[in-house]
Structure formats: structure tokens, C-alpha cells
Design a protein around this ligand. Sequence first.
Ligand code: BDR
Ligand code: CA
Length: 314
Amino acid sequence: MKVIFDTDPGIDDAMALLYLSKLPEIDLLGITTVVGNADLATTTRNALFLKERFGLSAPVVQGAGKTLDGVEKAEPVIVHGVNGLGEIEIPPVDENGLASGEASQFIIDMLKAHPGEISIIAVGRMTNLALALRAEPEVAKLAKQVVIMGGAFGYQGRSGNITPAAEANIHGDPVAADEIFAADWPVVVVGLDVTHDIILDTAYLESLSREVGENGTLLAQMCEHYARFYKEMMGLSGVVGHDLLAVTYALHPEWFETRRGPVLVVREGVAVGQTIQMPESRKGGHPDWANRPVQTVCTGVDAGKVLRHYRETV
Ligand code: BDR
Ligand code: CA
């Protein structure tokens, strides 16, 4: 499976990248970066560090440092730390590892080079994808699928994490996300409705440290910071594996329950970043959704299978 991984590393982004690096069926064409869990220079540096550390050959291509509307703001450092990776020690990276060019153009070029073959797995803000669509809207038809980690639809009673209405990746650039849902490519949404079923608790993190070698230890160290955040904010004992679940979907969609229907994003106001899906059967009667393509939103997942598969793979 050919994959472009669009990311803002990020602790759970690092978990997802380690997963991708260990899956023989994945042909990772590129790692594109975006502002989000930290500013763009930091997320790009982190992508270069993780590429080296995980022995990946895919190019790292830098993308958007601002939203489509020109806002330059990262998420609060309380979540992923000032360095974006839970304040672990990061050695100097080889800047030559950074590919020339820019992420949205890279995405366009790859889609044209491999029509119908690429799964884009996007686990940060959707700005790079939206810039690609704005530049060449017809490339949407060339993607096999776009699997995004983002959104909170109220399925399983789950609300947002940045605000009660909105999840961080969507809230960070709501216009970009709305354009992604409106485009004519198959989007699959792995949102908080399912990612909050994937809790890596203390025992699980210890087992990664014990059984997965140096990289397991690295993840467990990053997660010490992440776990403090989840403890303080939600009283959880462990961390949520948001981004790794988007990778799981690309491999094992049969482990998920889904609902079909067009999706829109609230673009402004107090509920900015809220994601709302209209059931496919009712879309005709509602002008805001009527002309949008039907997309897929995950509403349930077999968490036991996911956690076992992750540990066995990494
Ligand atoms: C998403 O926001 C980021 O903090 C995480 O990396 C994940 O992609 C969860 O809301
Ligand atoms: Ca992320």
C-alpha cells in the first residue's frame, strides 16, 4: 500500500510513524509536515529525527506553517511539550535529510505519479491537503483514499478536546478541513469517537518499554509527559493513541464500525471546528449537505485487536 503520511509530530504521531516503519505492506512515499502540536520548524525537525531513528528512507517534505487564513499558532505546549515530543532529549538532526520543495506540491506530484494507488494518512491539520486541492482540484480523483485523524461527531457520546465542540486537528484549520470533506475523494474519519477507545495504559507502556527495545523505551519516555496531561485533564491513567488508529484503519478497516454521510465543519463562531455528519439517507433535504460527497466516519472499533496488533507490529 502506497502511503503519504501528513503529520505534526507530536507524541502520538511518533507512535504512528513507528507503526508505519514496521509494516512490510506499507510503501511510505513521503512524510509531509504541518504546524500543530508545535510550530512548523519543530514538527519538521521532529519528523527528521524520527525518520533517522526509525530507519526510514522516505523523504521528509516541509509543509504549511500557517492556516489557510494566515494564522500562525501551534497548540498549547501542555499537550506534547515545548519540543513536541514530550521533552525527551533530541540529538541534532541532519538537515540534509529534508527534501527540497513543499508538501502540497509533493502531494500533487505523487498523486499524479501513482493514480488511484495512494492512501493519504493525515494526522495533523489538513492545511497541506487543502493547499494541494486549491492548486489542482482534479488531483482529488487520483487518491485511493484519505484517512484522517480528526473530528468529534458525538458518536459514543464523545465531544471535542480543544473545546467541547471541536477536536484539535480540525479546530487548528477548520476551513482546510471543510474543504477536504467537500472534495471528491473518499475520506475516512478516525475521530475522537473511536480514538478514545485506544488507551495505552501504564502496564501497556511498560510492556512496550520491555518488549519493543530502544524505540519502545523512547515511546514510553515521551508518554510520561503525555500521560501527565491526560491525568490532569481527564483523570486517565495512560495516553490516547489517536494517530496510530488512522494507520490501523488503512490496514484493517474490518475492525471498525462506520457511518456514511456527508460531513461539514463549522467555520466560525463559538462552535468553530465542530464536525457534523448528515446520514446519507437524509442528505437530500438539507442544503448545507446536499451537494457534498458521502464520506465515512468511524463510530466503533475493536480496541483489543488494535492494541495487540500495534504491540506485535512495533
Ligand atoms: C490530535 O491532535 C494532536 O494533538 C494529536 O497528535 C492528534 O493528531 C488529537 O486531537
Ligand atoms: Ca497529530
